[in-house]
Every structure is written in structure tokens, then in C-alpha cells.
Ligand binder design. Structure first.
Ligand SMILES: Nc1ncnc2c1ncn2[C@@H]1O[C@H](COP(=O)(O)OP(=O)(O)OP(=O)(O)O)[C@@H](O)[C@H]1O
Ligand SMILES: [Mg+2]
Length: 432
């Protein structure tokens, strides 16, 4: 027998015994009248409890589950337990759903959920940023109305999107977007910013092209001389041979310098190559750089050194020498004979500055932001003519970055240029 009937048993047994006793004492009519009354009371109780449940169903909240009476008390208490359990489950589900939404929203990629007809059902903040979507206005809109690039519209129409599609957005931003089908013909539109990767790829291509070009020119020259010499047969003209050899040595020197500069750059760019630091004796370093400048100038310029501070630097002497040396060699090479080059070392607030000023040809403002790019030269033929590879300022930039210093450039065409390497307080050793 089920629990429900067992619970009814004491009450019905009691009524049956009372009815039997009435039957024995008064007669059958009294017993039936009693039973009729008992059933009527039970029925009214049942209707009352039913009306309670009916009222509760209008707004079935946990707090308002009715108390009930008699056997209904147990039914209602089970109902209360069930509602509580359901509420707890729902709360847990809401928390999980919120967590999941927050996790998707926090993804660095853009995500748009599309229904089978391409309408937007949901998107995360990254997708909002990439495609300029509006949370209220664009929900439910056709995605192809909002992203109108023809290649995207074509991509959207494809049956199978097993490859990503690259989109160029305003502001030079490049996006890789991919549609992924899921559930019942729904689609996820994933988008990822690939501007940096694309730029790196472009830089790599440019770099290979530049290196090849820089090496091919001297190689062609050397090759030409060798062919001429070999055409001369067994009795070459001694004068001609001497001139060719000198020119060939010049070209191979150029190639050697290029390869050395490339190796220096690659060492500086290698993140694993940590800066080995020491106390740099600036007065000695400035003396050496001055000497180098004088021998490069060969008395064609007036070279001055102004040392206004005894501060030294904490850093790598070799790297700093190569960086400073490049600024000075540029000043000498891009200043016509009779010009002036001034090196100075001074403090400015809590920073120290190494600067090189020249009275040379100057640089147009539009070129200044690009000077530290590899192989960037304002005037290629002039730079090559003076033995330049166009890697010098790229090396300077890396050396300064490794010392948390910055390069400041100002220049006026025909008047001269000023290059300043500004070192932060943390790199300065005062009073030694
Ligand atoms: N002091 C300067 N005056 C005028 N132009 C300069 C000066 N310094 C640099 N430049 C310009 O900036 C370009 C880049 O300089 P960078 O030092 O990187 O290369 P480079 O001097 O041509 O070759 P490298 O230094 O590798 O031998 C130069 O080609 C030149 O056009
Ligand atoms: Mg240079």
C-alpha cells in the first residue's frame, strides 16, 4: 500500500469504529448519518485545500506555498521542497550562465551568434568594438547590413566556411573572421585582430627584400670587375687591375659592414639576450667617441665636446659606444666640410642627456619619425656614397630601449640636426 493510503488509514479506521459503535447503540440510520457528515467535512476540507492551491498557482512563489491541513499538510510540504529545489537549480543555472557569458565577453576575440537566417542574436564587447555594433540598435539585425564588405557578404553566402576571411577595416585594422556552424543551423562569427601579425609579416617581407637588394648591388659591382679582369686574359693592365681591386675591396667592405650591422641588430633584438650591465666611465667613452669622430672627419669639421656633468651611466659600454658612435658618425657624414659638430653630456632635471648637434644638411620633418626603421634613408644614394647601410639609427633605437632611454630628434633643412639620447634617473650614477 502506498504511503498516501497509509496516512489515510488512522482517520478512516476511527470513523468506521465510531460508525459501528453508533450502529450498535442507536441504529444504522445514525451510523450512516455520521458517516455522511464525516465524508462531507472531508470533502469541504479537500475543496478548501484545492482552492488554496489554485490561488497559489496564480503566482507560484516559494514563500507563498500554502500550509494546508490534514493529509494536505504533507502534500504541501513536499511541494514546498520541490519549489525550493527548483529555485536553487535555477539560481545555480543563472550563475553558470552568467559566468559563461562573462567568460565569452572577456575573450580577446570578437564573437557574434547568428541565427540560421544571419540575424544577430548576441555579441560580445570585442565584436562590438571591431564592427562598431550597437547593443540595442543592432540586436536582431541582418549581419550583412552591418558588415558590408563584398568579400564578407560572399563569405557569408558560402555553404562551407572552412577557411577564415581577412577584412580590412577603417584605421588600418585587419581582421580575420571565421564562421563556425553549430547547433541547429546556427553560426558563430569569430573575429580576431591580426593587424600586428600582418604588419610583422609585411616587415619580414620588406626586410628580406631590402637585405637582398643591399647585397645584390655590391655583388653586381664586384662581379662586373671580375668579368672585366678575366676578359683581359694573361696580361692585364696593371693600373686598371689596381683600381679594380681597390673598388672591389670597397664593395666587399660594404657587404661586411652590412652583415656585421645585421648581426648586431639581431643580437639587440633577441629578447633572451639580457643587457649585461656595468658602471660606464663616461669621460673615457666620450674621449673615445671624440677620437673616432676626429679620425672620420679627417680635419674637415670643427668638433667640440661639452661635458657639463660628472654623472656616469649604468649600462653596457660596448652597446652605448656603438649607439653614440653612430649618432656622431652620422653628424660627420651628413655635415659638409667646414661645418661644426658638438657632442655634449649634461643633466636635465633628474635625467642625463647625450646629444650630438651638427650644422649639416638637416632632415625634413616628414622623415624624422621613420629614421629608426631598418634601411630607412632620406637620400639613398647620398647615404650609400658615404658608406651607410641605413641600419645605424635602428641600432641606436634598440640600444637606447635596452637602457630605458629615448631618442629625440629635431632638425632644420640646411641648418643642421640635433639628436638627443635621454637617460632616466634610474640609469644615472652621480658623483663618481
Ligand atoms: N645628422 C644627420 N643629418 C642629416 N641626415 C641624417 C643625420 N643622421 C641620420 N640622417 C639620415 O637618416 C638616415 C638613417 O640614418 P642611419 O644612421 O640609420 O643610416 P646610415 O647613416 O645611412 O647608415 P649606417 O648608419 O648604417 O652606416 C640616413 O641615411 C640619413 O638620411
Ligand atoms: Mg648612420
Amino acid at each position: 500500500m502506498s504511503k498516501f493510503w497509509l496516512r489515510l488509514l488512522p482517520q478512516s479506521t476511527f470513523f468506521t469504529i465510531v460508525a459501528l459503535m453508533l450502529w450498535a447503540a442507536i441504529g444504522a440510520a445514525a451510523a450512516f448519518a455520521f458517516l455522511f457528515l464525516a465524508v462531507l467535512v472531508a470533502f469541504i476540507g479537500m475543496l478548501r485545500n484545492l482552492s488554496l492551491i489554485d490561488a497559489w498557482l496564480d503566482s507560484p512563489a516559494f514563500e507563498s506555498v500554502p500550509e494546508g491541513s490534514g493529509i494536505w499538510e504533507e502534500v504541501f510540504s513536499r511541494l514546498r521542497r520541490m519549489v525550493r529545489q527548483r529555485n536553487q537549480n535555477q539560481q545555480q543555472l543563472e550563475v553558470t550562465l552568467r559566468d559563461l557569458q562573462q567568460a565569452i565577453a572577456a575573450l580577446p576575440d570578437g564573437i557574434v551568434i547568428l541565427d540560421p537566417d544571419g540575424h544577430i542574436e548576441w555579441f560580445n564587447p570585442m565584436a562590438q568594438l571591431y564592427f562598431g555594433l550597437d547593443g540595442r540598435r543592432d540586436m536582431g539585425q541582418q549581419i550583412s547590413y552591418l558588415i558590408r564588405q563584398p568579400q564578407f557578404v560572399e563569405y557569408l553566402a558560402e555553404q562551407q566556411n572552412d577557411h577564415p576571411c581577412v577584412l580590412k577595416l577603417s584605421g588600418e585594422r585587419m581582421l580575420s573572421v571565421q564562421l563556425i556552424p553549430y547547433a541547429d543551423r546556427k553560426r558563430l562569427l569569430l573575429s580576431r585582430d591580426i593587424t600586428r601579425i600582418e604588419n610583422l609579416e609585411r616587415m619580414r617581407r620588406d626586410f628580406v627584400a631590402n637585405v637582398s637588394h643591399e647585397l645584390r648591388t655590391p655583388l653586381t659591382v664586384v662581379n662586373g670587375f671580375l668579368e672585366t679582369l678575366s676578359d683581359m686574359g694573361e696580361h692585364p693592365d696593371a693600373e686598371m687591375m689596381k683600381r679594380s681591386l681597390t673598388l672591389m675591396i670597397g664593395q666587399t667592405d660594404r657587404m661586411k659592414r652590412l652583415v656585421e650591422d645585421l648581426l648586431t641588430l639581431s643580437k639587440l633584438e633577441n629578447a633572451e639576450n639580457v643587457l649585461s650591465e656595468e658602471d660606464v666611465d663616461m669621460s673615457l667613452l666620450l674621449k673615445q667617441i671624440h677620437q673616432d669622430a676626429m679620425s672620420l672627419s679627417d680635419k674637415r669639421h670643427q668638433i667640440e665636446v661639452n661635458v657639463e656633468t660628472k654623472a656616469n651611466l649604468r649600462g653596457n659600454t660596448e652597446e652605448l659606444r656603438s649607439g653614440f658612435g653612430n649618432l656622431v658618425s652620422n653628424a660627420v657624414r651628413y655635415t659638409p666640410e667646414g661645418g661644426k659638430v658638438t657632442l655634449s653630456w649634461k643633466t636635465e632635471g633628474d635625467e642625463v642627456v647625450f646629444s650630438v648637434e651638427d650644422s649639416g644638411i638637416g632632415i625634413e620633418a616628414e622623415h624624422i619619425p621613420r629614421l629608426t626603421e631598418r634601411f630607412y634613408r632620406v637620400d639613398r644614394s647620398r647615404s650609400r656614397g658615404t658608406g651607410g647601410t641605413g641600419l645605424g639609427l635602428a641600432i641606436v633605437k634598440h640600444v637606447l630601449n635596452r637602457h630605458q632611454a629615448r631618442l629625440e630628434v629635431s632638425s632644420q633643412i640646411g641648418k643642421g640636426s640635433l639628436f638627443r639620447a635621454v637617460f632616466p634617473h634610474s640609469r644615472v650614477i652621480f658623483g663618481k
